[in-house]
Design a protein around this ligand. Sequence first.
Ligand SMILES: *[C@@H]1O[C@H](CO)[C@@H](O)[C@H](O)[C@H]1NC(C)=O
Ligand SMILES: *[C@@H]1O[C@H](CO)[C@@H](O)[C@H](O)[C@H]1NC(C)=O
Ligand SMILES: *[C@@H]1O[C@H](CO)[C@@H](O)[C@H](O)[C@H]1NC(C)=O
Ligand SMILES: *[C@@H]1O[C@H](CO)[C@@H](O)[C@H](O)[C@H]1NC(C)=O
Ligand SMILES: *[C@@H]1O[C@H](CO)[C@@H](O)[C@H](O)[C@H]1NC(C)=O
Ligand SMILES: *[C@@H]1O[C@H](CO)[C@@H](O)[C@H](O)[C@H]1NC(C)=O
Ligand SMILES: *[C@@H]1O[C@H](CO)[C@@H](O)[C@H](O)[C@H]1NC(C)=O
Ligand SMILES: *[C@@H]1O[C@H](CO)[C@@H](O)[C@H](O)[C@H]1NC(C)=O
Ligand SMILES: *[C@@H]1O[C@H](CO)[C@@H](O)[C@H](O)[C@H]1NC(C)=O
Ligand SMILES: *[C@@H]1O[C@H](CO)[C@@H](O)[C@H](O)[C@H]1NC(C)=O
Ligand SMILES: *[C@@H]1O[C@H](CO)[C@@H](O)[C@H](O)[C@H]1NC(C)=O
Ligand SMILES: *[C@@H]1O[C@H](CO)[C@@H](O)[C@H](O)[C@H]1NC(C)=O
Length: 469
Amino acid sequence: MKSILSISHFQLFLYCSLSYLIQSHAATSIIRPLSLCVKDHGATGTGAVYDTVPIQSTINACSSAFLRHRRPCYVTFPPGKYLTATLFLKSGVTLDISENATILGGTKLSDYPEKQDRWYVVVAVDAEDVGITGGGEINGQGMKFVTRLDERKNVMVSWNHTGACFDDECRPRLVGFIGCKNARIWNVSLNEPAYWCLHIVRCQNTLIRDISIYGDFNTPNNDGIDIEDSNNTFITRCKIDTGDDAICPKTYTSPLVNLTATNCWIKTKSSAIKLGSASLYKFKGLVFDNITIVESHRGLALQIRDGGNVSDVIFSNIKISTRYYDPSWWGRAEPIYVTTCPRDDKSKAGSISNLQFINITAISENGVFLSGSKGGNLSDLKFINVDLVYKRWTNYSGGMVDYRPGCKGLVNHSTAGFMMEHIDGLDVQNLSMKWAGENTAKWNNPLDFRPSTVIHVSLQNFYSGLYKQ
Ligand SMILES: *[C@@H]1O[C@H](CO)[C@@H](O)[C@H](O)[C@H]1NC(C)=O
Ligand SMILES: *[C@@H]1O[C@H](CO)[C@@H](O)[C@H](O)[C@H]1NC(C)=O
Ligand SMILES: *[C@@H]1O[C@H](CO)[C@@H](O)[C@H](O)[C@H]1NC(C)=O
Ligand SMILES: *[C@@H]1O[C@H](CO)[C@@H](O)[C@H](O)[C@H]1NC(C)=O
Ligand SMILES: *[C@@H]1O[C@H](CO)[C@@H](O)[C@H](O)[C@H]1NC(C)=O
Ligand SMILES: *[C@@H]1O[C@H](CO)[C@@H](O)[C@H](O)[C@H]1NC(C)=O
Ligand SMILES: *[C@@H]1O[C@H](CO)[C@@H](O)[C@H](O)[C@H]1NC(C)=O
Ligand SMILES: *[C@@H]1O[C@H](CO)[C@@H](O)[C@H](O)[C@H]1NC(C)=O
Ligand SMILES: *[C@@H]1O[C@H](CO)[C@@H](O)[C@H](O)[C@H]1NC(C)=O
Ligand SMILES: *[C@@H]1O[C@H](CO)[C@@H](O)[C@H](O)[C@H]1NC(C)=O
Ligand SMILES: *[C@@H]1O[C@H](CO)[C@@H](O)[C@H](O)[C@H]1NC(C)=O
Ligand SMILES: *[C@@H]1O[C@H](CO)[C@@H](O)[C@H](O)[C@H]1NC(C)=O
């Protein structure tokens, strides 16, 4: 894994210039990336000492080479463990973390920058053509942030004494791309984040493929992928097994447009797909296709709380199984959960329109919850070819609808197949709900709605009955 380009910057320049000239004369050649090896810059790869300075200087050299020669530059990590404080990724640079190589995030506050919004193990800010790949791993050592293991919900370290953030949500994220163009994250494992795992903020044209994310099932806030205020994001072939929300688009400062996620496998103690709850601006043009969701606390969720409007969202070809977990986690085993409840007195209601669910099968411990609000209704909803089986099998108590965060909180309410409020336009074609097991007495209501708030409902080929093997 020794880099040919490691001897000195001058030689690097010569090599790059020559090969650039050679390549520019070969009409058919594909531009090969440059490559610099962190070991040649003094990284030990032992995991015993910090390799921050050598890795960062390799990144800096790589970015300079990119800027001079306009060829992408790879920073390679041969097998080994690279303990590090925050690394700043630069334009043109891709971290090439080889198989059996791990970048290990530091666990001390002093390993992270002063400003809390830059607490990441790896972060790229305002960079273009940046990426992470190689088949290796970035690991945030999340378990070292657990102060008390609890199978209901682990208790976490908090760095809130800095005053920058509150309570237990004061921990570093794993990987961040902020204000980036053309970021690519592929063929890499992102494991054990202390807080959110992969964070895409105000980016354009982001590709995320063949990645695997693992976080402890009982750790709060270790979200899989949080996509914020970003346009044209494409996610495919991901495996996410974590405690908190797996794929989570949010809007804080501007709209989020065009997000596609396909061919993913998800298990989470929270929502598998969740829009919100931060939802100050619009969400538009989202597609989720061919996704398998296993034993999660919630399947497909829109948790709109801050006045942002949602439109043109398709969920297709999705298999879901949900179950109850401890109520300290948001979610009540709903396979589908759509809400626009204002967070508090100061929040506005956002509306949701043109939302489609096509080819969905689910087995779940709770029904579908579709809850608009006054001034934030749900309109033009479609359910086509949807097959739902309801079955209770854990001992957690049901009988509540969940408006959290904020809003009305947890409210006692009998369980229904579809519980609906504030909807204008619901079109159902080929929907089957079946009840399995012995607890069907608690589910004696397939559809729960009032004509005072739910109008323009069409049911075609709607089936409700008991489940027979
Ligand atoms: C990675 O480690 C595995 C198990 O030790 C080994 O079989 C494999 O050859 C290693 N791969 C590389 C690229 O070192
Ligand atoms: C991921 O990287 C490994 C190691 O470089 C390689 O063998 C494998 O083919 C890559 N897989 C994908 C899907 O790119
Ligand atoms: C830090 O969080 C703890 C636990 O939630 C809380 O008691 C304390 O007031 C917080 N301190 C600050 C400065 O936010
Ligand atoms: C995304 O597109 C919207 C327009 O729909 C625009 O207002 C916003 O600035 C864009 N965001 C980025 C990060 O380019
Ligand atoms: C979203 O995608 C559509 C269709 O591909 C495209 O016309 C539009 O410009 C995209 N929006 C943004 C903000 O990039
Ligand atoms: C759906 O995604 C799975 C991975 O979760 C993949 O194996 C399968 O080929 C995909 N199916 C289609 C039709 O793309
Ligand atoms: C949401 O739509 C309503 C009604 O069209 C509009 O008044 C409001 O400004 C929109 N909200 C945002 C954040 O764009
Ligand atoms: C739904 O499933 C049917 C039958 O498998 C298939 O023909 C159709 O293309 C699917 N629809 C979507 C939107 O994927
Ligand atoms: C629901 O919202 C849609 C889109 O904003 C609007 O056209 C419709 O009039 C609303 N219906 C009710 C009953 O408020
Ligand atoms: C529910 O409680 C019963 C009786 O205590 C126990 O036998 C069973 O294993 C429990 N089921 C689950 C899924 O925890
Ligand atoms: C909700 O139900 C529980 C259990 O049946 C009961 O203890 C509680 O008082 C109820 N809460 C309200 C607000 O009715
Ligand atoms: C509903 O199911 C029937 C029979 O299974 C099928 O012929 C029809 O195309 C389906 N409708 C839609 C909208 O997919």
